[in-house]
Write a protein that binds this ligand. Structure first.
Ligand code: G16
Length: 543
């Protein structure tokens, strides 16, 4: 086996976004494209000689090919050992769990998360550091900087490694350990939750439906829900991971998880519904005819956390991304614990978790997690909810309604305007930023603006500063409109508009969400002149 040093030239645009580098599959299939980025990761880390890495992905199209390339590059760069999920598969939270359990230097996750897959879909790659979490901005910036300078990469000239059989082999002196993708993660889950109570809940005849959306959560959910906790066979639907997710869009929200939504609104609906995304880090929680907003889910888990064995001693603090509703802040206030507000992106929670400042974190984008790993974790959220149902004997709907009655309701919705030409989206944000200074004191549709700014964050642990993290306009009573451009898309720009209204009066809690937000919706369109800048008069996706 020979180590080849291959001459290459930088590609434009290898800048990691909110969560790693995501591009069309065809972009990644270009000769040297993936190799350049992988070598840039290795170089930015100061080399990987003698190090141990974890490697796996969500099984989307190009996963297997990419795994082989990365194994051969890791060997050529002198890595001591790579732990690879059988079949090249590992969910994002499982990668985090494996990095932490075995104390590896880090890991590479192959996924474009909730983006569609297949030959015409998206592919992605991200690096996670030794705490198991996404690389912080200083690391992703270093990877990007290296990608602009790269002139060669190293790779072994060798046949493909057998990644389908569990066990160890060597590749040019590097040990390749093919591991069961599920066991380490399943063992961690068993250490957090009251499995006996959940088992008894199912044994009593309660039912659930978990939609794996033909993505990587399927094998994890089948092992845990059906094979460990006694949920009837068939509880997990769409449980076989497919390279194109069965042609679907593996994003667990009401717009895309329609099979689950239909089941949960049928006359014989199960007691509980859950779904997860492409790489199994997102979650959606559904009751009968009720989709729990991710912001509410975070707040409810925080308010009831002591019912879960792992959190029985109480929470250290909580964190949410800025656009996420303030529902969890209300809980933190009552519990007397700190609530942190970070920019969008799970990587911003890492330092807070490592420093022991927070136990639970969450985002409006269907992400919730805790200090058990350093990623958001879809099945963890589902198990948390099942633990609450089992411990209280209440339904999802009752838990949600009681929560609103106690803390008030934070009506919340996100309106996405997709497929905008990048220059237009940038012009819209620039115009909005230009207005900020004059907004406070103005009254729009009867609502008085109390503050308007462009969110900047100073990490309380390492002092790093992240600017331009979203424009927020706050009104009397705590209502908010937030604007930012997505950092996970692969085509043009997506404008995200986040809308929130606080309603303390229980008599108003049953109002449909979009109706409760009507004036804020009108303000959001006018203030940013969305139609003028983009030509779009209505959002393309509402969640
Ligand atoms: C990623 C990040 C999340 C973020 C989400 C949406 O999730 O890890 O922190 O909230 O993207 O980001 P954006 O609004 O920039 O599209 P995932 O599940 O895609 O990895």
């Amino acid at each position: 086996m020979t180590i080849k040093t291959v001459a290459t030239r930088p590609f434009e645009g290898q800048k990691p976004g909110t969560s790693g580098l995501r591009k069309k599959v065809s972009v990644f299939q270009q000769p040297h494209y993936l190799e350049n980025f992988v070598q840039s990761i290795f170089d930015a880390l100061g080399g990987i000689a003698g190090k141990t890495l974890v490697l796996g992905g969500d099984g989307r199209y190009h996963n297997r090919e990419a795994v082989q390339i990365i194994l051969k590059m890791a060997a050529a760069n002198g890595a001591a050992r790579v732990l690879v999920g059988q079949g090249g598969l590992l969910s994002t939270p499982a990668v985090s769990a494996v990095i932490r359990k075995y104390g590896t230097s880090g890991g590479i996750v192959l996924s474009a998360s909730h983006n569609p897959g297949g030959p015409d879909g998206d592919f992605g790659i991200k690096y996670n550091i030794d705490n198991g979490g996404p690389a912080p901005e200083k690391v992703t910036e270093a990877i990007y900087a290296r990608s602009l300078q790269i002139s060669e990469y190293r790779i072994i000239d060798a046949p493909d490694v057998d990644i389908d059989v569990i066990g160890d082999s060597t590749l040019a002196g590097m040990q390749v350990a093919v591991i069961d993708p599920v066991s380490d993660y399943a063992e961690l889950m068993a250490s957090l939750f009251d499995f006996a109570a959940i088992r008894a809940w199912f044994a009593a005849g309660h039912t659930a439906c978990f939609d794996a959306m033909h993505a990587i959560s399927g094998p994890y959910a089948i092992r845990l829900l059906e094979q460990t906790l006694g949920a009837p066979r068939g509880t997990v639907i769409n449980g076989t991971p497919l390279p194109d997710f069965g042609g679907g869009h593996p994003d667990p929200n009401p717009a895309y998880a329609t099979e689950l939504i239909d089941r949960m609104s049928a006359a014989d609906a199960p007691d509980f519904g859950g779904a997860s995304d492409g790489d199994a880090d997102r979650n959606m929680i559904v009751g009968r005819n009720l989709v729990v907003s991710p912001s509410d889910s975070l707040a409810i888990l925080a308010a009831n956390a002591t019912l879960v064995p792992a959190y029985a001693g109480g929470l250290k603090g909580v964190a949410r991304s800025m656009p996420t509703s303030c529902a969890v802040d209300a809980v933190a206030k009552q519990l007397g614990i700190a609530a942190y507000e970070t920019p969008t992106g799970w990587k911003f929670f890492g330092n807070l978790l490592d420093a022991g400042k927070v136990t639970l974190c969450g985002e409006e984008s269907y992400g919730t997690g805790s200090d058990h790993v350093r990623e958001k974790d879809g099945l963890w959220a589902v198990l948390c909810w099942l633990n609450l149902l089992a411990a209280t004997g209440k339904t999802v709907n009752r838990i949600v309604e009681e929560h609103w009655a106690r803390f008030g309701r934070h009506f919340y919705s996100r309106h996405d305007f997709e497929g905008i030409a990048t220059e237009r989206a940038d012009a819209l944000m620039a115009a909005l930023r230009g207005k900020l200074a004059t907004l406070p004191g103005q009254t729009l549709h009867g609502l008085r603006v109390v503050s308007a700014d462009d969110f900047a964050y100073t990490d309380p642990i390492d002092g790093s500063v992240s600017t331009k993290q979203g424009v927020r306009v706050v009104f009397d009573g705590g209502s908010r409109v937030v604007y930012r451009l997505s950092g996970t898309g692969t085509e043009g720009a997506t404008l995200r508009v986040y809308l929130e209204r606080y309603q303390p009066d229980s008599a108003q809690h049953g109002v449909p969400t979009q109706q409760a937000l009507l004036d804020l919706i009108a303000i959001s369109r006018e203030l940013a002149d969305i139609a003028g800048h983009t030509g779009l008069t209505e959002p393309t996706v509402v969640t």
